[in-house]
Design a protein around this ligand. Structure first.
Ligand code: ZN
Length: 128
């Protein structure tokens, strides 16, 4: 499978996506979570880490509707910064939603969507 930006350093993340897991890097020494991944723990400077599967729940910290400069998008492209319940933030998209229904602090849940053979971790609004 061809993915843009994949290399030996992030293969573990995309292997998780293939299993429908959103993996967070966790320091094996002190347990601090970090997203995006980095080679060294900012809290204790350890280079040892493990992959921790996110529960898949969070809230919208911030969001925008991204629009193509010259072509109309078939569906609104909602870009979100999600605060995961684990306490780290991830940039993703909200799918299957009207931008009028999106707001900060709303709960979202992890979903996986495939576009042209590329699977991505995405989020859906949690309807109450
Ligand atoms: Zn650490």
């Amino acid at each position: 499978m061809i993915r843009p930006g994949i290399d030996r350093g992030n293969q573990w993340f995309w292997d998780g996506v293939d299993r429908h897991q959103l993996l967070i890097q966790r320091c094996a020494s002190c347990g601090t979570l970090r997203m995006p991944p980095a080679p060294m723990c900012g809290a204790c400077q350890s280079l040892e880490w493990e992959a921790h599967p996110a529960a898949g729940r969070g809230t919208i910290h911030s969001w925008i509707v991204s629009q193509h400069p010259t072509e109309t998008d078939a569906l609104p492209r909602i870009v979100v910064l999600v605060e995961l319940e684990e306490g780290v933030r991830v940039v993703s998209n909200v799918i299957d939603a009207d931008p009028a229904d999106v707001d900060n602090e709303l709960p979202v849940e992890l979903a996986f969507a495939t576009y042209e053979d590329v699977t991505l971790p995405q989020f859906r609004l949690v309807r109450s």
